[in-house]
Design a protein around this ligand. Sequence first.
Ligand code: ATR
Length: 277
Amino acid sequence: MTEKLMLAGVIGDPIAHSRSPRLHGHWLRRYGLSGHYVPLHVTREVLPQVLDLLPELGFRGINVTIPHKEQVLHLADTITDRAALIGAANTLTFTGKGKIQADNTDGIGFIESLRQSAAGWSAQDGPALVLGAGGAARAVVSALLADGAPRVHLINRTRARAESLKDHLGARVHVQDWTKFTEIIDDVALLVNTTSLGMTGAQPLTLNLERLRSDTLVTDIVYTPLQTELLRDAAARGCRTVDGLGMLLHQAVPGFQRWFGLRPEVDEELRQAVLDQ
Ligand code: ATR
């Protein structure tokens, strides 16, 4: 009998620093599955050919990272509602006869990470304040709205980008200026940084947290460093905090389940495996 190889991977340009191979590799070993998950350096020029070829080679699906997350929507046969709403996909599944399903699991990864690390938390707890209006913000805001957040305040350096996100996602999104930060902060149940500020090598995220309530949950999608200045300052004020690694781990769950047939656990062992890079 010939064994059927289970193949999956991640495409991007650059790809060397992706943590996804380590993450999926850990699950494959842990569950004793004879599959492989590989990083593939794919440039824009060859993206359509690569997507044609991968199912032929036995790939069941792939994760998609920079710069292909938007482009793959044009090459997919079906697009989930949440990927269409976000306008980008991070998870492709080859469904047979070369058909491609595009999904975006970043938002659900964000929500699941908060649910796991902040027991009892719900988006319905109260208004949220989201900093940033890029691709990550789109996923975070749409997931918060889908999960019942009553209001999402949005602050971004480039206001027009926040306005366009609001136009896309609807009336519960309220675009605010940075000058309103201290006013809004004492009324929110959740504070989220989706900008790259505070990341190792980037500029710091400087916020006045004096009016931050101690029952506000604070999270950062930056995970290098794991404990950002925002999370440290919020914890010092008595707030519960959730680091950005959880979102990365949880967004990988639906793809692994679809491709390898088993819903994997996100636990401390996985966190360590991904951090030991
Ligand atoms: P991603 O897809 O990871 O969200 P992105 O689309 O490049 O990445 O978005 C990065 C976010 O960080 C944006 O909200 C960006 O603000 P602008 O829309 O004004 O560019 C924000 N950001 C990056 N560098 C910043 C800086 N120095 N000051 C303020 N905001 C910054």
